[in-house]
Design a protein. Structure first.
Length: 356
């Protein structure tokens, strides 16, 4: 009996050592009960199992040896689109805290340069020049009138949770060509490139996403380039020079629940669906730092981080969790982001009600 008891104690010690000091994504998946099976040598070895999120059969894959930014191991589902690394798996499915997850998989904490400086960097956004506001407001109004002649674009927005009523509410617009304007005519100083050539103010062809003030004037213009492709050297979203640099808030900041997302379209969809109990903030980039107003609100609200289901989204969550320890992680259960989740049938309002 003593021999058997000693063997059990040794096995417990080995398991504890493995689970706390030497676990990879394959170990984590087994601990969760997925029992993944080897199928290919992709990225050093790929294993398949049922998906813990959507239940899809054999569509969930793990690649334990795939080197990610802060650890080894990548997983994803080719049916519902859930995605992450070993750290995220340990947090999402095994309910470890972020520091515990990092230690568990021998990961590294994100580079402080991607999280933000130690001192408060929170800035107060200054209004654009009056001339810029006038020019931008006139342009956005003309773009707003054009969007209703674009059936494909209207259909795309409707699928992203922004039907005609929402397009009217947020006054989204459409530009049918690339425009290059004299910066001085928009009240902006002259800027030259590395060859000494004077730069122009570029407004690309695409979906116009404005930030309006209550008095009907523009504070910021963003464009989703409709001709953007994956191998494009320029970004999908372009901020038109001269607008405010702060984050965009949609809804009543007096609400108790504050939802942080990356894109303005996602923030609009959240606000449109659930403005009676949440408000949304679009940060515009997964590495962008909160401004003064956002920081003040984040400290006093129930803070929900709805980050994209990709590596950049993980970085966004780590950054905000570092700044605000009370933040709650809440990525969509399907799709890469709010837009894709809506396209896959997620009821955003019901999903958000679960956190209130």
């Amino acid at each position: 009996m003593l021999h058997i008891t000693l063997q059990i104690d040794i096995l417990r010690f080995i398991f504890k050592s493995n689970s706390s000091n030497n676990m990879n994504l394959f170990d984590l998946a087994n601990q969760y009960g997925l029992n993944p099976k080897w199928v290919a040598s992709t990225e050093g070895g790929e294993y398949h199992s049922s998906c813990p999120d959507c239940g899809g059969d054999d569509r969930f894959y793990i690649q334990p040896d795939k080197q990610m930014r802060n650890c080894k191991g990548r997983y994803g589902c080719r049916k519902c689109g859930t995605y992450g690394d070993s750290i995220k798996f340990a947090m999402h499915y095994l309910k470890h805290t972020f520091p515990e997850a990092v230690e568990l998989v021998h990961g590294t904490m994100p580079d402080k340069s991607t999280i933000g400086p130690k001192r408060e960097p929170f800035k107060i956004s200054e209004d654009p020049p009056d001339l810029w506001i006038n020019k931008a407001t006139d342009f956005a109004n003309r773009a707003y009138n054009k969007i209703f002649l674009q059936p494909n674009l209207l259909k795309y927005l409707d699928q992203r949770g922004l039907p005609l009523k929402a397009i009217h509410q947020y006054k989204l617009g459409y530009s049918d060509q690339d425009l290059f304007n004299d910066r001085k005519e928009w009240g902006l100083p002259e800027v030259k490139d590395s060859q000494g050539k004077v730069k122009q103010l570029w407004i690309p062809r695409g979906l116009i996403i404005p930030t309006w003030k209550d008095d009907g004037s523009i504070q910021k213009l963003k464009v989703r380039r409709l001709n953007w492709k994956k191998d494009d050297k320029l970004p999908k979203y372009i901020n038109v020079s001269g607008g405010i640099t702060g984050l965009n808030t949609f809804g009543n900041p007096g609400r108790n629940v504050m939802v942080i997302v990356e894109s303005e379209l996602d923030a609009m969809a959240i606000h449109y669906a659930a403005n009676d109990f949440v408000f949304a903030v679009a940060i515009g980039s997964n590495i962008k730092t909160p401004d003064y107003v956002t920081n003040t609100l984040a400290k006093k609200r129930r803070l929900v981080i709805c980050y994209d289901n990709d590596e950049g989204g993980d970085q966004m969550y780590y950054k905000w969790k570092n700044l605000y320890p009370h933040a709650i992680r809440y990525p969509t259960p399907v799709g890469k982001d709010i837009g894709e989740a809506l396209q896959k049938g997620l009821n955003i309002r019901d999903w958000l009600k679960r956190i209130t």
